[in-house]
Design a protein around this ligand. Structure first.
Ligand SMILES: Cc1cc2nc3c(=O)[nH]c(=O)nc-3n(C[C@H](O)[C@H](O)[C@H](O)COP(=O)(O)OP(=O)(O)OC[C@H]3O[C@@H](n4cnc5c(N)ncnc54)[C@H](O)[C@@H]3O)c2cc1C
Length: 474
């Protein structure tokens, strides 16, 4: 390692170049500038410049936001209920309070945002959504551009953080890194923000926490391979507490044929889902797709041998905006009869015909309406359908083959509402912050559209708080 004289010194080292890390770096520099100081900040990125940005790079980045830019008003109650009271509600309240400010922060730093109402039923308060006009890559590029033109901050590409450096009295005082040359180097700083994502890119840690068949989970986007859990490990090494459910993850029902990032098929409530035996296994209409796609994905992985098929017909195809919610780049599989469709999918034709006939016969009265929870059910089946049941009878029939892909892990580091990493007693570890997916929050269920928002929000808060420790220039 370099001698003490050649060791680089910074005011802040940020590990990770996604929404959380870049927000921390930019807010830190702005807060220092407001105090009359030019902060020296290093952002570590394991990937090359072209592949920077982890999950943030590939997400559409839907925000669970009302039209007035406030976070979904049901968020805190939802978190309390689904987690059985385990979720940190102070953290959730901070997120709720600070979301609008975060959106302003992103816009002020060159990220164009758009706001709209979701065309399909959902459980968000008011049904509003927002997103960056270019998706998550707009956040990475926008904030990285600010970094590139701001004196004092640099992004160190192809440089991975290995562990934290800690002073004799337990204060975090830097990071041990490994760069392109393969050599280790210590970067010195009075504050470090860990923002290097979850452990979805690490099969060994996935197996440790999720259990058997974790190795069968494909990544929903390629750069998740860089998120290998070092952030969690290095925080645990210095006594950090954890939060979030370690044996759960956020998954998506992805077209198995596609290698496109985020090739999700959200249109499954408007038809049926069958497994490899051509049998239904999930109530496709139990709730809105944005409320059930995680549970569905987990079920496909855990109990259906990673194999499922969406089956629809011409009524499905006639639904306004239906094709827009299927993000795969692969064409639908079509056939004039259910038996021919089954042949194309590798399913038993007689079994698929029997499943569809039984389902069609179980559909009760009512009018199918995809724009509301229409209450039109298929009842008396081993697996009922609670909304949007209509007979599958209008050829050609259509299908998508699905598998579960992992998006992010739930378990991570515990922080307080300032982004400070805390020990099990809730005492902040001096000099150590964490933000984004590396921090744990969710239990049992992820209210979709809150992950990027919390990454940017707590990155912004942590960066600014760390700057509070800087001395104003003389
Ligand atoms: C396809 C897809 C769709 C999604 N859709 C949504 C959505 O619509 N709405 C939503 O809110 N969320 C969504 N998410 C989740 C959301 O994108 C992430 O939770 C969020 O972007 C995480 O941001 P982050 O900054 O914490 O981590 P990341 O963006 O993953 O950034 C982590 C960074 O750390 C780097 N890194 C990792 N380890 C090291 C190391 N040891 N040293 C140095 N660098 C390291 C990585 O290369 C990466 O640049 C989606 C995710 C994906 C993949």
């Amino acid at each position: 390692m370099a001698s003490e004289e050649t060791t680089p010194h910074y005011d802040l080292v940020v590990i990770g170049c996604g929404a959380a890390g870049l927000s921390a770096a930019v807010s830190h520099t702005a807060a220092a500038k407001a105090k009359g100081r030019e902060a020296r900040v290093a952002v570590l990125e394991r990937a090359t410049k072209e592949n920077r940005g982890g999950a943030t790079r590939w997400t559409s980045s839907w925000f669970r936001i009302r039209e007035d830019r406030g976070l979904d008003g049901n968020f805190i109650d939802t978190m309390k209920t689904v987690s059985n009271g385990m979720a940190d509600l102070d953290y959730c309240e901070t997120l709720s309070r600070e979301s609008a400010e975060t959106l302003g922060f992103l816009e002020a730093n060159g990220v164009e945002l758009i706001f709209f109402k979701q065309p399909f039923p959902n459980r968000n308060d008011g049904g509003g959504l927002g997103m960056p006009a270019r998706g998550g890559v707009g956040i990475v590029d926008g904030l990285a551009e600010v970094v590139d033109r701001t004196p004092g901050i640099e992004i160190l590409y192809e440089t991975e953080a290995l562990r934290l450096s800690v002073s004799a009295d337990g204060r975090v005082d830097g990071v041990i890194t490994r760069g392109r040359d393969g050599l280790m180097k210590r970067l010195v700083a009075p504050a470090v923000v860990i923002a290097c994502g979850g452990f979805e890119g690490n099969k060994e840690m996935l197996t440790q926490y999720l259990g058997n068949r974790a190795c069968d989970l494909p990544l929903v986007a390629p750069t998740l391979t860089h998120n290998r859990g070092e952030g969690l490990r290095m925080a645990l090494e210095v006594g950090a507490d954890t939060a979030g459910q370690f044996d759960m993850f956020h998954g998506e029902p992805m077209d198995v044929r596609s290698s496109k990032p985020d090739a999700v098929v959200y249109g499954y409530p408007y038809g049926i889902l069958v497994n490899g035996e051509a049998k239904r296994f999930f109530d496709e209409g139990k709730n809105s797709f944005d409320s059930t796609f995680e549970e569905l994905s987990y079920e496909i992985w855990r109990n259906q041998n990673q194999k499922a098929f969406f089956i629809g017909d011409q009524t499905t195809l006639g639904i306004e905006h239906w094709t827009d919610i299927n993000l795969t780049d692969q064409p639908m599989i079509e056939a004039d009869t259910l038996a021919a469709l089954a042949e194309k999918l590798g399913l038993d034709p007689a079994a698929l015909e029997a499943t569809v006939a039984e389902y069609n016969a179980a559909i009760g009265p009512g009018t199918f309406n995809p724009k509301i929870f229409d209450g039109r059910q298929a009842k008396g089946l081993a697996v009922p359908k609670s909304n949007w049941a209509f007979p599958l009878e209008r050829a050609p029939f259509i299908a998508y083959p699905l598998t579960c892909a992992i998006t992010f892990t739930f378990g991570g580091i515990r922080t307080n509402s300032l982004g400070q990493v805390v020990n099990p007693a809730g005492i902040p570890i001096p000099g150590l912050y964490a933000a984004g997916e590396v921090t744990g929050l969710y239990y049992h269920y992820y209210p979709a559209g809150t992950s990027v928002l919390r990454a940017a929000t707590f990155g912004r808060i942590a960066g600014a708080h760390a700057a509070g420790a800087l001395k104003p220039s003389a």
